[in-house]
Design a binder for this molecule. Structure first.
Ligand code: ACG
Length: 462
């Protein structure tokens, strides 16, 4: 199973308004087949005032700029016929300020007013969240509400059991629409405010209890639902959620892997394999929550920008990614080496520029919802330019995907570290009668994945 994280707005525009849409998705499903990925993680597509869709104004409606529910269903149906699966990003921790739920709550209407958390005279209104420098209480009219992700997105108060039932309806609605599973946004945040002590505080046990009930319900509707969770934290916290979800993003590994390649030093990578990937080391069949392996996502800067446009490092990083057990994820456009730098995790437009179909920057289906800041026309990041160039990023990633599909046993393999020094790491990847030796050279001068017949892979670095 190879995941492709897709931002619909930037993908393919069927009606000429410059914004990617469901019909465009349907028209371009063959692109995923060509690349070789098989499971599409769609970033939020519900009604939302925000470009990214993470603040939802109605959980039961599609964003009209993307099209109608019937268009979405049609795209999913056709995708299924082609052997693709679809996972929906579902941010349920909060809603949009302009949502009917919050607007009714502001008018003190039942039951909505209890669906949010309001400050009282004892609340510390200057409390900030533990990362970054943002306040968590926001003024509106004569009230203050709790909104961890900013003034545009009041948190839902899941102390209220009615909301649990409401969320089950939301899950069912989107499963019925044809989704095969969910990417659970902000999974550690459902309970992160301690109402008794009146402070921000993660309550992981309560989160786990909540997710277990939700997932029991999801599996009762769709037995083989695919569940991916986002718990962005260090290993100690991630481990608490082991076994709750099918797949969990491995944020620590991602960071360490990128850093090692950047610094041309294996130390962090090896440390991370031992600490954050330990469930795969020298063990078999011991993994409950599979490691979701990725290098970048929509909250991060693009990989090639992280490496100051060094294409060899970028290719090398993907070579490693596709040899590791677990489930590989690729963020749309990485296969073309799209660029994008982020000034802040609160402003992510710059890593989500339009997917470039044509070298001249426009043509049928090309999205143009925002101007190019990092990927101007003629910068050789288009599909058109890369598809026939055997050395392109596109063809590198395509061959890695094809390698991984031929060796899909790697998903559930275990690894042993055979040797390591500051330049080279040698590992054995093992499952039943299969085995491969991978040699990663962090200081070499070429970048390629070399698989030879006797099952030794050499990934050269920079
Ligand atoms: C998800 C989505 C994101 C979305 C939201 C809200 C959540 O992917 O696009 O924002 O719906 C935190 C949350 C994540 C969240 C990111 C953006 N991502 O936990 O759920 O913020 C620290 C914190 C993390 C934090 C991370 C962000 O612990 O909680 O993620 O920083 O930088 C080491 C440490 C690790 C530390 C990292 C980084 O690895 O171990 O703990 O993580 O270093 O320092 C969207 C928009 C937002 C908008 C919102 C409403 O993008 O702009 O405000 O929607």
């Amino acid at each position: 199973m190879i995941f492709y994280e897709l931002f619909l707005r930037s993908f393919y525009d069927s009606n000429g308004d410059g914004i990617g849409d469901f019909k465009g998705l349907e028209e371009k499903l063959d692109y995923f087949k060509e690349l070789g990925v098989d499971t599409i993680w769609l970033l939020p597509i519900m009604k939302s005032p925000a470009f990214h869709g993470y603040t939802i104004s109605s959980f039961y409606e599609t964003n009209p700029v993307y099209g109608e529910l019937k268009d979405l269903k049609s795209a999913l149906r056709k995708g299924h016929e082609m052997g693709l699966k679809f996972v929906l990003d579902l941010p349920i921790n909060h809603v949009a300020v302009n949502s009917e739920w919050f607007q009714k709550a502001l008018e003190d209407k039942e039951p909505y007013k209890n669906w949010f958390t309001w400050a009282n005279e004892k609340t510390n209104l200057s409390e900030k969240r533990h990362w970054g420098d943002d306040y968590i209480w926001h003024e509106i009219g004569d009230k203050y509400f709790y909104g961890l992700f900013g003034p545009g997105s009041p948190d839902l108060n899941f102390e209220n059991k009615e909301l649990w039932e409401e969320m089950k309806k939301v899950f069912k609605f989107w499963l019925d629409a044809g989704f095969d599973g969910f990417r659970l946004d902000a999974a550690k945040h459902i309970f992160d405010y301690d109402a008794k002590k009146m402070v921000f505080k993660y309550q992981h046990d309560k989160n786990i209890n909540f997710w277990k009930e939700m997932l029991d319900y999801v599996y009762s509707v769709k037995e083989d639902a695919i569940i991916v969770s986002e718990v962005w934290d260090d290993q100690k916290i991630v481990e608490k959620y082991e076994g709750v979800f099918d797949i969990g993003f491995n944020f620590p590994l991602s960071g360490d892997m990128k850093d090692s390649i950047k610094k041309e030093d294996t130390k962090k990578f090896v440390k991370s394999l031992k600490n954050n990937f330990s469930k795969y080391i020298d063990k078999e069949n011991d993994v409950e929550t599979k490691s979701g392996n990725f290098l970048t996502n929509h909250d991060m800067q693009r990989l090639i920008s992280e490496y100051e446009e060094n294409e060899d490092k970028t290719k090398f990083a993907y070579s490693i990614l596709f040899t590791l057990p677990g489930k590989p994820f690729i963020f749309y456009g990485e296969e073309l080496g799209l660029r994008g730098e982020l000034v802040s995790v609160n402003y992510t437009e710059d890593s989500q520029e339009p997917f470039q179909w044509y070298e001249i920057g426009f043509g049928p289906g090309q999205t143009e919802w925002k101007g190019y800041k990092f990927n101007p026309p003629y910068s050789k990041v288009s599909y058109e330019h890369q598809k026939n160039d055997s050395n392109s990023m596109f063809n590198h990633i395509k061959s890695l995907i094809s390698f991984r599909k031929e060796n899909n046993w790697i998903d559930d393999a275990s690894i042993s570290i055979i040797s390591q020094n500051e330049s080279i790491v040698k590992i054995k990847i093992n499952k039943d009668s299969h085995s491969i030796i991978a040699i990663y050279n962090f200081k070499s001068s070429k970048s390629l994945l070399n698989v030879n017949k006797n099952k030794i892979i050499k990934c050269y670095g920079i």
